[in-house]
Design a binder for this molecule. Structure first.
Ligand SMILES: [Mn+2]
Length: 291
């Protein structure tokens, strides 16, 4: 994704937004982890994300398998200090406690729900379905009250209705910010083959793009794109889509006035302005400013 992002220009035609005019964007590199020690790896990720979000910067995390959803969401929560919701795109449910007795990529929301500022009542999971949804995760999600929207639900209800429902769940229950976790396997493998656990029958790219733009227009605390596995890719189509999802989220937030500069170069939102005047963060930093 890093490499292929060079193919994009900063200008997005439909919204008429140039990200380079609006935002300061920096690649801060890889967070150093110790893969053989999952607790230490998770702690490293949380510390990194907490630092970035804590400085008023919108973190974009490129996974990595989905086990990182727990430490990234934890980092966002630690910095934000208030209740959050999570919008989760996936074909798999990712709410079980353990997999092969480890906290693998099937478990992030189970562990995130043990944190003070999140519970599954604010978890909406879009695209779940098919033949690879572990039953322990289904049981746990039902017990803890997550909301699952299948591909078939979306066909029946339409994209905009699904977006309404998802926003209501994520922002309900006193949540004051929302984190977006995008597993690339939520997209049909015909369009995103480079992933470790492909499941036919997923979302179309344009459906997902429209949904993430809608979610972004309400403001987000951060986002991750996970489970992209370049060795399995064909002509970089999966990486290209991963980058496109990120760019669309940034542009939609700028368009909605949730981040970025005004035409005179000043921060758009009250919180970003305060941070800017206090010398913390840049004019392009994200700030949640939802009515
Ligand atoms: Mn996943």
């Amino acid at each position: 994704m890093r490499r292929i992002s060079g193919l994009y220009t900063p200008y997005y035609y439909e919204l008429g937004i140039d990200l380079r005019e609006q935002l300061d964007i920096v690649d801060v590199g890889d967070i150093f982890v110790i893969p053989a020690n999952i607790d230490k790896a998770f702690d490293q990720i949380t510390k990194g994300i907490e630092y970035i979000r804590g400085n008023g910067v919108f973190p974009v995390i490129l996974g990595g398998d989905h086990s990182i959803g727990f430490p990234t969401a934890r980092g966002v929560m630690n910095a934000f200090g208030k209740k959050i919701g999570v919008i989760h795109f996936d074909r798999h449910i990712d709410t079980q406690a353990k997999d092969l007795d480890e906290r693998m990529h099937t478990t992030p929301w189970y562990w995130a729900a043990h944190e003070r500022h999140f519970d599954m009542g604010n978890l909406v999971q879009i695209g779940i379905g098919g033949w690879q949804v572990p039953r322990p995760g289904v049981a746990e999600g039902r017990k803890q009250g997550s909301t699952v929207i299948t591909v078939e639900d979306m066909e029946r209800l339409g994209i905009d209705k699904v977006a309404d429902i998802a926003l209501e769940v994520a922002w309900g229950n006193g949540a004051e910010g929302v984190f977006l976790s995008f597993d690339i396997d939520s997209i049909d493998p015909g369009f995103a083959p480079a992933t470790g656990w492909p499941e036919p029958g997923g979302l179309y790219p344009r459906e997902a793009l429209r949904l993430v733009r809608r979610f972004a227009s309400e403001g987000l605390l951060g986002m991750e794109v996970v489970e992209v596995s370049p060795p399995f890719d064909v002509a970089d189509i999966t990486s290209l889509l991963g980058v496109r999802l990120i760019c669309d989220v940034l542009a939609a937030q700028v368009e909605a006035g949730k981040m970025g500069r005004t035409r005179s170069g000043e921060p758009q939102t009250e919180r970003a302005r305060e941070a800017w005047e206090a010398g913390a963060g840049s004019p392009g930093s994200a700030a949640i400013d939802r009515d």
